[in-house]
Design a protein around this ligand. Sequence first.
Ligand SMILES: [Zn+2]
Length: 434
Amino acid sequence: MYNKIQKKIIAYILAFFFLLSIIIPVSSEKTRELKNVITNISDDVVSLIEKVNESLISYYLEKLVSYAPRFTGTENCRQSAKYIFDEFKALELDVSYHNWKSSQYSSQNIVATLNRDDASHDSVIILCAHYDTTETSPGANDDGSGIATLLAIANILSEFSFKNIIRFVAFSGEEIGTYGSHFYARDCYDAGDNIIAVLNIDTVGFTTDAGEQSLYLLKTDRSQWISLMAFEICKDYNQYLDINIKPIANRRNDHQSFLEYGFNSVQFVQLERGDYPLHTPNDTIDKINYSYLSKVVKLVLILGYKISNMEFDTRVILTSPKEGFLYIFNNPIFHLPGFNIRGTGLRGMTYLIGNTIADVKISTNENINSVAFCLDGHSAFSGFLEKPPYEWKIEKPFWTILPLLGKHTLSVFVTTESGIVAYDEMDIFILSFI
Ligand SMILES: [Zn+2]
């Protein structure tokens, strides 16, 4: 008969198939479900894709690059801002300047709004890129390619109207420390804008042969759903797009500014940099690969179009503590200037000293089943609430004896009657021993 080892192997094989039989139907059902919810090939989308052409993109890119370089604060930068403003205006969008000032620079972003079907919807989707360059670069690729993408998409979508508000925003100050986007995200946060998604496009006009069918999508956990939608679009419309996204967990550039204020943001970046001369006088228009750039324009166009028509019935926002403030025993003392250390996420950080209460604003048409607060993904039982008030004294999980000093993620999950889960999170820095 069988020896001990053989018996063990047989047992493992049986257990494996048993597990497989449980997992397979569940996961394939889930995939099917997901597919039905967020994708279907539609004629509307195909007709939008067909409107994208290389001459439309090159028209905008060549005009922008005629102002070169566009270093923040210079006359060229102002001229190119006016050029972008005028192009949006020609499309009959509502256009305005958003002025900003740091200790060293003052400049302006351009904000162009496409109106929606129904004034009762206040959800906003932002498509953005930066128009400034380093001191010597014409910035054809970085980030002329992003600005040309915005203008081409605005041109195509300006003929339609949508459920949600679409804002096209062109930033300055990126190359000197992402100032334009930082001040813009901060002002949106202070104004309580209901921003559901931010799609930032930075440097998408060049590829080596190896990268022709790929595009990086930078995201974090909170913007995972946008990345998933982009992934599905690439799959379903593959015959039109011929590009796939490579999602990576990363936060940098203007995309980072929105994450710092708690908004769902992703950034598109070309996959293959090769030896492309970014930030030099050689970032010129002759190096732009228009066939690749057109693929990116098509993808961002469809993604923007789909999000612009989505319903966001259940939403939760952490209203207290407020982003970017210093709190002492639950009192917001002042708005911190922010420490701009690239990639650290410390700008927009909220600092807490002493006990602080987390509070939320929930909007939904349904009954709420529960609201759960947690720190660093660990659900603390004290943060699980089944009835109002939905607020929670921020405290460490009961099994930890270590004090909560340092950086943490505060999150909240709202579950409604029908099982919808809404989510929000923010980074907090605890400065006392709680
Ligand atoms: Zn850039």
